[in-house]
Design a protein around this ligand. Structure first.
Ligand code: A3P
Length: 324
């Protein structure tokens, strides 16, 4: 915990400078409570720990970057808002999913206005985070009573997706950055990825979902891909807004899947242009959509790399009942 002297911002920076640092992707990663973060994000995490006011009815979507956060935001927003929002002029048609569901720890602009924005959202709030469970619980003393949806993804696809993403989101002065996939792969296998170790992040939420299934739902990207309509039904049940008989008969679950699909979202102008400036990074709206398939890793990694990573993940998750 950062010492309580000096101004808060200097204290945070001083504190971060004492933490283990490693070469990351385009910027170094800093280790805090076993997890690796970019220094800028860690600064924001420490800041939000002071300002975030959790509510018991918050609905929090949790992912590691590139696990399908954008999709989960769209799905949850559409499921929970369907009683008041029509599909024909739905907010998703003109707003990027990240504009509809804010991250807890990643401000779009400055931190003060972000904290205010979170406080002014009506309940139940839809929020997202990449934070490990242990860091999230630090913000809400005692047990967090919010409902959480954790979306995981096959680590090989998560890594390949991140590798592509990293090259798309740099400011012009960093655009000469290039990292060989082999190097990113070696780091990932050592547990060094943003919000990694990959397996520890998943495992914390997996164990929590077993202990408190009414509060924590654990999903896999590949399962939603395989049967999106069923996944949407399960989500609606978990969120206490199950589809009625009439909704089922009129195809509402299918309509939710359609409006949130990769094809629909990528066809919309709002997701093709514009973006958000995060300092070192500029996140184009389009960067959150690439291929949207399961198994694309095989086009970039050798079979041997895939087997090596599978083995590491299997060993790390051994005995937990979780597998990829
Ligand atoms: P790929 O790079 O493998 O295509 P995140 O939202 O966590 O940043 O994850 C981004 C990944 O989710 C990207 O994966 C992106 O293409 C995919 N994605 C985004 N929207 C999607 C959707 N509606 N359906 C399926 N996949 C989607």
């Amino acid at each position: 915990v950062p010492p309580k002297s000096k101004s808060k911002s200097i204290r945070r920076k001083d504190f971060i400078s004492t933490l283990p640092t490693r070469e990351g992707w385009s910027t170094p990663l800093v280790q805090y409570n076993k997890y690796w973060h970019r220094a800028q994000i860690l600064n924001e995490i420490l800041q939000v720990q002071d300002t975030f006011n959790p509510r018991s009815d918050d609905i929090i979507m949790v992912t590691q970057p590139k696990s399908g956060t954008t999709w989960l935001k769209a799905l949850t927003f559409t499921i929970t808002g369907r009683a008041r929002l029509s599909f024909s002029d739905h907010p998703l048609l003109t707003r990027h999913p990240h504009q509809l569901v804010p991250f807890i720890e990643i401000p779009d602009h400055d931190h003060t206005s972000h904290a205010r924005l979170l406080d002014t959202l009506p309940s139940p709030r839809l929020l997202a985070t990449h934070l490990p469970l242990s860091s999230l619980l630090e913000m809400s003393p005692g047990r967090c009573s919010s409902r959480m949806i954790y979306l995981s993804r096959n680590p090989k696809d998560t890594l390949v997706s991140r590798w592509h993403f990293e090259h798309k989101v740099l400011q012009p002065e960093h655009r000469d950055f290039k990292m060989e996939l082999e190097k990113a792969f070696t780091m990932f296998c050592e547990g060094v990825s943003e919000c990694g170790p990959f397996w520890d992040h998943c495992l914390e939420y997996w164990m929590e979902s077993l202990a408190r299934p009414d509060k924590v739902m654990f999903l896999k990207y590949e399962e939603i891909k395989a049967d999106p309509v069923q996944a949407v039904r399960n989500l609606a049940v978990f969120l206490d807004v199950p589809f009625s008989h009439e909704e089922e008969t009129s195809g509402v679950p299918q309509e939710v899947v359609r409006i949130c699909s990769f094809d629909t979202l990528t066809s919309l102008p709002v997701n093709q242009a514009g973006g958000v400036d995060h300092g070192t990074y500029y996140m184009p709206n389009s960067a959150f959509f690439r291929k949207g398939v399961a198994g694309d890793w095989a086009n970039y990694m050798t079979k041997q790399m895939g087997e090596n990573l599978d083995l590491i993940v299997k060993e790390k998750l051994q005995g937990s009942g979780l597998f990829f």
